[in-house]
Design a protein. Structure first.
Length: 585
């Protein structure tokens, strides 16, 4: 029997030895890069100068040895600085750039991911395995080695939503294979080294923005950092291509094979790779981290050409699919058919959304009475006036609206209509108490805490698309954390009726045509946040979706009235439908 090669390492110490060898190799390669780059550029400049100076000879032994020693010293210093910086802050910069955060154990999708990580840690023999989530609907994953030496696997919300459990397990197995083979350490360090110049570019951009904001010196700061930005970009581009040329595409094929060895399911890995291939897999602000990804963003453009083999870290996706399908004695077409069948089955299993419009007329009438009573209570508590910079009175305002005015300070002159008192805000006990509670992160008025902003019904905890929210059972309003919205948009547990889809399309057409009035755009009165008691800010949901919603920036919450969140989900789904796997099979 032939002995199998490239097996999974037997111990953690073997992985550490591989990391040390990879670290030494990268240090030497980085030194060679700096030595050649500085040497060639400076030699070209000096040789050009020698053509005009008869007394200067570049290849004179006395000068050439000194020149080589100086270039050697500069290259060594730059290598040490870059290498130490990469080891110290490279991973944290990558995670920050990708906006990665820790999984939430209370989230059903995140909990499944954490369970799979624990299973893979045991089966692979790793001492530890961290997990991170990137809040984006795009599909991708990557693995990193932290500063403390512990590996981490990072997945997107889109991948958690689109992948079944066996597919997610295959993805974790693929990234674990990279960790075991030593690829992750090599790639993490490589991308961290390249990210050093990206960090320099970011800091120079911030400095330039600050200098441009100075009205006294608008021109002085505008171009001072520009040459350094170009130089850093040039070195970043050269370094990236230099390290890419060192990375073999075979590592992805080997990682796929090892993942099958760990998960025993080649078709699951093939399906999820195909899903990421046809969907949007772009992550981050730049392509510096592409070598880390499961599927590169430009995967559709990669072919089996010499140039792509040299300057791309990933092989063509169809080659990977064919290799995985062969392991299961199937072909690529069958992989696509399985993906399409899976998508059709998921569509059939979605729960149909029910709206207030489906309720009885009597219930809707009672709800309108509740909303009218809540509005009257808010108007009854609106007893404050505030004097603005023009000397005019703004109001009447509720206490939560008063303290959220942009110009409000304890010295702002206000007036209590009910008691007919006027003076600085700090003279009123109600205002002092409200500011104290705001400072302590407590609700301004305990009586309105956890009450629906529109009908004053008690809010209850609920799950929406697997996300914990607060919901009003009377008016179907939802209080959602801003950080959880990407999760909701990525997931597909709810199905929406045709009439609501038509309403969403009409809303989208109305946004594109100023002459049309959006069907759900109605006048919204002031409302109070049920978490902190401050007044909501009425703002468009985003620059792309201009639906006005109630936002509380101190609490980082959004209040969606009935159908608002669902219409946004429909618009997001329609936008991404052209990239769905089912539409391309």
């Amino acid at each position: 029997m032939v002995e199998k090669k490239d097996t999974v390492p037997l111990s953690f110490w073997e992985i550490q030895k591989k990391q040390q060898r990879a670290s030494l190799f990268l240090f030497l390669m980085l030194f060679v890069f700096y030595f050649l780059t500085i040497g060639l550029v400076s030699a070209a400049i000096l040789m050009t100068a020698g053509a005009f100076l008869a007394s200067f000879t570049f290849f004179a032994s006395s000068f050439f040895y000194k020149y080589t020693a100086i270039v050697f010293g500069i290259a060594l210093v730059l290598t040490i600085i870059n290498f130490i910086q990469a080891r110290k802050s490279g991973v944290s910069y990558i995670l920050k750039n990708l906006r990665a955060c820790s999984p939430d154990p209370e989230d059903r999708y995140h909990l499944s991911f954490l369970n799979i990580l624990e299973e893979m840690k045991i089966s692979s023999g790793l001492l530890g395995l961290r997990g991170y989530i990137i809040p984006t609907v795009n599909l991708n994953s990557l693995s990193l080695i932290g500063q403390d030496g512990l590996p981490a696997i990072v997945v997107t919300e889109g991948l958690l939503a689109e992948a079944s459990r066996d597919e997610l397990q295959a993805v974790v197995a693929h990234e674990t294979a990279h960790i075991l083979k030593g690829d992750t350490f090599f790639l993490t360090l490589s991308c961290s080294i390249v990210a050093f110049y990206q960090q320099l570019i970011d800091s120079l951009d911030e400095e330039r923005d600050l200098s441009q904001s100075d009205l006294k010196h608008p021109r002085r700061g505008r171009g001072s950092a520009q040459p350094l930005i170009y130089l850093a970009s040039f070195f970043s581009y050269l370094l990236l291509n230099f390290f890419v040329a060192l990375i073999s595409q075979k590592r992805e094929i080997l990682a796929d094979a090892t993942a099958v060895e760990l998960s025993r399911d080649p078709m699951a890995l093939a399906r999820v790779i195909y899903k990421a291939h046809v969907a949007n897999s772009f992550l981050g602000d730049s392509s510096l981290f592409t070598p880390l990804f499961l599927v590169p963003p430009d995967s559709r453009d990669i072919q089996e050409t010499p140039r792509d083999k040299l300057f791309n870290t990933h092989p063509p996706v169809m080659l990977r699919l064919k290799t995985l399908a062969d392991m299961a004695h199937k072909n690529v077409k069958e992989v696509m058919e399985e993906v399409r069948a899976q998508e059709e089955q998921r569509e059939k299993s979605r729960l149909l959304y029910s709206s207030l419009e489906d309720s009885s007329p009597d219930y809707q009438e009672k709800l309108r009475e509740l909303q009218l009573r809540a509005r009257e209570d808010l108007e009854k508590n609106s007893i404050w006036l505030a004097r603005n910079a023009r000397g005019q009175w703004d109001g009447p305002l509720a206490l939560g609206s008063l303290v959220t005015l942009p110009y409000f300070t304890p010295a702002t002159r206000i007036k209590n209509i009910k008691e007919n008192l006027e003076g600085p805000a700090r003279n009123f006990p109600q205002v002092r108490f409200a500011l104290y509670r705001q400072l302590k992160k407590q609700p301004l008025d305990p009586a309105t805490q956890n009450k629906c902003p529109t009908c004053r019904t008690e809010l209850t905890e609920a799950f929406y698309e697997g996300v914990r929210i607060k919901k009003c059972q009377a008016c179907q309003g939802k209080l959602v954390a801003m950080a959880d919205l990407e999760k909701i948009f990525a997931r597909r547990e709810l199905a929406f009726p045709d009439w609501l889809k038509q309403k969403a399309l009409a809303y989208r057409e109305a946004l594109l045509n100023p002459d049309l009035k959006p069907p759900v755009l109605k006048e919204k009165p002031p409302a109070i946040c049920p978490e902190c008691g401050l007044q909501f800010t009425l703002r468009p949901f985003s620059y792309h979706y201009l639906m006005p919603v109630y936002k509380c920036y101190p609490c980082q919450r959004i209040w969606f009235e009935d159908q608002e969140l669902e219409i946004l989900q429909i618009l997001v789904e329609n936008r991404s439908r052209n990239h769905s796997p089912a539409s391309r099979t």
